[in-house]
Design a protein around this ligand. Sequence first.
Ligand SMILES: [Zn+2]
Length: 405
Amino acid sequence: MKIQKAHVVRLYPSLVQEEFLRQIGGGIRFLWNLALEQRQTWGQRHGLNRFSQSKELTQLRSEVDWLKACPSQVLQQVLNDLEKAFRNFFARRAGFPKFRKKPGGDSFRFPDGKSVLYERLTGKGGRLKLPKLGSIRFRGWRDIPGQIRNVTVRCDAGQWFAAIQYEHEIADPAVKVLPAAGIDRGISAIIAVSGAGRTKGPNAYRKALKKLRRAQRVVSRRQKGSQNRRKAVLRVARLHQKVRRVRADFLHKISYGLAKNHGTLVFEALKIRNMVRSAVGTVTEPGRHVRQKAGLNRSILDQGWGMLRSFCGYKIAERGGQCLDVSARNTSRECRVCRHVSADNRVSQTRFFCVSCGHTENADDNASVVILKRAVDNGLLPVEALRQHAREAGISVGSLLASSQ
Ligand SMILES: [Zn+2]
């Protein structure tokens, strides 16, 4: 089977290179906004699309010097991204594409892996050769087994990173016969796994969140355009970065354990709309969002939820297991014992009490079992049933699964 993975390295561009990276970031923003405005104004009547805009881009590049300096494949990629954003919008998967406002969260992709050179120099250090940029030093070298597909360069809190996406072929893993588990997203960063209890997000995560809120208050007190405000904004960005790192680390550990010990993981189906929004990666501008304080926790958890799903997805697939998604409707209101659904079943945030059969349990634990049961309703066979089937038929469980697919 083919698997796609990404490896992230921290870039250490020279002063000249950094200036150029910023310039590309600016060019990307300019082009995105221009193309978006063009579509908004003329799109419907004149049948503008990616191809006509791409032709115009060639024209534009010949006239504007600083746009000419940007690598052309990176600029073309912007138009592809915009096209995709519009398709998602028309398919009602995402909101209308937004204008890109401020520098700081720049990100752009080199879509052709063949034009990229990734090599090691010493220990963890190496250099990454990108079109027009030349060799950039980086740290975090690791052997990349397979073909580089593309490279995304981004700026995060004043630091530069490159995500190198690659594809490689691994032997098909043997079908795994391990138990299935339902996974529920609880309140305040709690993840409940059916039959295995609850896990709370790490302490460092909550501490970082607290600091982040405080830092955001500082920004809102500073005068706009002042040097001190800029410093405070950078501090918020650094804390955001830290929250993201702690979260990713935590989710990698959790998903590894889940993938290692289960054959099937069942999740509540995600709303793609939310996923798209987090993929776009809006840079929060402190002080402007009134509802930010309330929304912060929520949004960070939502993004973490999508990450947990995707981490589990590839980790379990590599080990011969699978992830399933079931409808998220009323999972927190359904009784796992008698399957009765009622809003009154939920006596508090954490307590579940069934008004029909009297079953009582922690609400997140109950939901995780409900989620698992929904997958069984959809045809997921419990491991014991599989073993029984195989024993009766006198064949291995693996071949039974293969024949049923
Ligand atoms: Zn009940």
